[in-house]
Structure formats: C-alpha cells, structure tokens
Design a binder for this molecule. Structure first.
Ligand code: 3HC
Length: 287
C-alpha cells in the first residue's frame, strides 16, 4: 500500500525551513514548524506572512493569506512538532553532527511509520540517516531558495532508502506543484549544488586572477547564457559563508575573493554587503 502523507513537520524556521513550511501549507498540508528558540520561530513565521501577502498582492494566491497561515502551527518543542507527522523535513544548520542529532531525536519522538527527510545541500543522506534506527525510511528532499519561487526539488536516496519512501517523497513534491528530480546515488551536494558550487567557485578564481570584473562575469552569464543570476549575485544570495563552508567540508580551497569578504563580515545580501553593496542600493544592477 502506498505511503500517505497528510501532516508535515518542518524542523528549522530559517530561510529554507520557513519557505518549506510555507509551500507545504500552500498545498493544503497541516504543518508544524519548529525551531529551538521562540524568536527564530517568530521571525520565520513573519517571513511567511510577508511572502503570502506579496503573493496575494500579485494575485498569485487562491485563498486568503490567513487561511494558509491557519494551517501552520509553530513550536519550540520537538516532540510536539513530530508526534503526529507523516513526514518530517529537517532544515537545521548545514552541519553533520547537528543533523545527526536532530535525526536521532526525531527517530525517538516520531511514529514508526514517519518518513524523515533532510534538506541538506552538501551532505550524504546516509551519513545523517545512520543516526536513526530507520535509515530505510530516510531520504533527501532538497528545496532551493526561495522555496516558494523555485520550481525544482531534488529527491535523493540514501543507501538503504526503500522504493516506496522515494515514491512517497516524489508524490509529495508533485503535490506541492513542484518538479522533482530524483538523485539515485547518495552523492554529497546532489545534482544542482555539484554544478552550482564550481560555477560560483570558478568565477571567484577568475576574480582572484584579475581576469575580469564581477559585473562583467555576472552579465556574461545572465545576458548571454540566460541564467537568472550570475555567479556573484547567486553567491551573495545564498551567503558567502555557506558557499565557503560547503567547499571546506569536502576539502576544497576557498577563493581569496570569498574568504577576504567573509573575514570582513561581508556575507552577501543578509549582511548588506557581499560582492555587491545592498545597503547602498547598488544590488546587482551590473553598474
Ligand atoms: N515570497 C514571495 N515573493 C517573493 C519572495 C518570496 N519568498 N522572494 C522574492 N519575492 C518577490 C520579490 O520581492 C519581487 O517582488 P516585487 O516585484 O514586488 O519587487 C518578486 O518576487 C520578484 O519575482 P519575479 O519572479 O518577478 O523575479 P525574478 O524573475 O527576478 O525571480 C528569483 C526571482 C526567483 C529569486 C530569481 O532571481 C531566481 O531564480 N534566482 C536564482 C535563485 C537560485 O538559483 N536559487 C537557488 C540557489 S542554490 C540553493 O538554494 C541551494 C541551497 O542548498 C542553498
């Protein structure tokens, strides 16, 4: 019998967590969104409200923002979040030990049938799943930022993931009106980040070599190649610290143009300054 998903718990209310909670609620699921501190949960909930109002303003919402919000419960209690969930999506910080701890705690608190999915962007599913007694019910569900706007979701198997768990995860993604890409082999970074990380890295090496300018490289990829964002704009968007952390995790060197900015606290959009100056309003206008 196929696995049914009706209730969803999202662990983490940061940019990915609150976005995943929002898309699940938009698709009609009852969602519990949990983070470790009340102010983080409130900040995430506020971001969902902002996003829903933005969609409503543009006529992109089929119902009142409040009725979507009514399907989202917030909590700081892990047990309360996961005890009734058919699917738990973990969107904790990108650190193997943190994710393993979260998975072990969820394994103890959730029902035996619950599927545990990780939104990891750079780790192996199996390395996280092996912290549980149910690695066959664990998988990767990798959303992209911002989840409400990005159509693609990677569904990834760990070494022991059962076929019916993969099928349920794929159906869940389709029910969100998003497109699943299935990653059969348990490779770190799945498909997209395996391509995007070198894309941003190669551009930064060119800058280190003084081969071209930030605006020239971004313009080449957006205007000539049709990418929605150039490599520097994308790095600012995701956060330079996240990019550097991903590279360091697998022993890859971090380009000097990135590490210098991180040392100066210039992490991208979230800090107001990265390769571009957002506070000055220059954004990525290729000026
Ligand atoms: N909810 C609602 N509205 C939102 C929003 C959100 N979460 N985020 C942005 N918007 C709004 C903006 O405020 C803007 O509103 P305005 O027109 O009133 O100013 C509007 O959406 C812009 O929407 P458009 O579709 O017109 O804009 P774009 O065509 O520029 O699309 C984009 C925006 C979808 C972000 C596009 O630039 C894009 O696709 N960028 C690439 C993003 C990407 O590659 N993400 C993946 C990063 S890698 C990753 O996530 C991996 C992970 O592991 C870290």
């Amino acid at each position: 019998m196929a696995i049914e998903i009706e209730t969803v718990a999202v662990l983490g209310a940061g940019s990915m967590g609150h976005g995943i909670a929002e898309v699940a609620a938009l698709a009609g699921y009852d969602v519990a969104m949990r983070d470790i501190e009340q102010d983080i949960v409130e900040e995430g909930y506020g971001q969902i409200e902002w996003s829903l109002n933005k969609l409503a303003e543009k006529g992109q919402l089929d119902e009142e923002a409040d009725s979507v919000l009514a399907r989202i419960e917030t909590t700081t209690e892990l047990d309360a979040a996961v005890e009734d969930a058919d699917l738990v999506v973990e969107a904790a910080p990108e650190d193997l030990e943190i994710k393993r701890d979260v998975f072990a705690d969820v394994d103890a608190a959730a029902g035996p049938e619950t599927i545990l999915a990780t939104n990891t962007s750079s780790l192996r599913v199996s390395d996280i799943a092996m912290a549980t007694d149910r690695p066959e019910r664990c998988c990767g569900l990798h959303f992209f930022n911002p989840p409400v706007k990005m159509d693609l979701v990677e569904v990834a198997s760990g070494e022991q993931t059962r076929d019916d768990v993969v099928e349920a995860a794929i159906e869940f993604v389709e029910s969100l009106d998003k497109t699943p890409i299935y990653v059969r082999k348990d490779v770190p970074q799945f498909v997209v980040n395996n391509v995007l990380t070198p894309y941003m890295g190669e551009a930064a090496w060119m800058l280190d070599d003084d081969a071209s300018e930030i605006s020239e490289i971004d313009a080449a990829m957006t205007f000539k190649r049709g990418y929605p964002m150039g490599p520097f704009e994308l790095n600012d968007f995701g956060g330079l610290d996240i990019f550097a952390h991903t590279r360091e995790q697998w022993g890859d060197p971090v380009p000097e143009s990135v590490s210098r900015r991180i040392d100066a606290g210039e992490l991208g959009r979230k800090s107001g300054q990265g390769f571009y100056d957002y506070e000055a309003g220059s954004g990525a206008d290729y000026e």
